[in-house]
Design a protein around this ligand. Structure first.
Ligand code: FES
Length: 106
C-alpha cells in the first residue's frame, strides 16, 4: 500500500510497509523498529509508543483524544506534533509520512 519512515533519535531510518486500518504502532512493532516499546499493547495506557510526526504530515493524522492528550502530557520529550502511535490508524493518505522517535520512551 505504501510506506512510512521512522527516524530514531540517533538518525537511523526505518522505512516500513504500511497496511490500511492497522495502527502506526503495529507497523513499527511488525518491523522491529527500535524505540517503540508499546508496553500496554495499544490501550493508550502506557505512553511508550510516543512518536513525533513531521510537521508536513500533521493534517493527515487526525486529532488526539482527551485520554491521549493526558498521556502525552506525561511524556518527558513531548513536542508540538507528538502522538501516541497506537492511536493513529494508518490510511493510504499516510504513504510517505515521516515520524521521529524520542530519545527515550517513558
Ligand atoms: S502502546 Fe501503550 S499508549 Fe500506545
Amino acid at each position: 500500500m505504501g510506506s512510512i519512515t521512522f527516524i530514531e533519535h540517533n538518525g537511523n531510518q526505518h522505512k516500513v510497509d504500511i497496511e490500511e486500518g492497522s495502527s502506526l504502532m503495529q507497523a513499527a512493532m511488525d518491523n522491529s523498529v527500535p524505540g517503540v516499546d508499546a508496553d500496554c499493547g495499544g490501550e493508550c495506557a502506557c505512553g511508550t509508543c510516543h512518536v513525533i510526526v513531521d510537521k508536513n504530515w500533521v493534517s493527515v493524522i487526525g486529532n488526539t483524544t482527551e485520554i491521549e492528550t493526558q498521556m502525552l502530557d506525561m511524556t518527558p520529550e513531548k513536542a508540538d506534533t507528538s502522538r501516541l502511535s497506537c492511536q493513529i490508524t494508518v490510511t493510504e493518505a499516510m504513504d510517505g509520512m515521516v515520524v521521529r522517535l524520542p530519545e527515550f520512551q517513558m
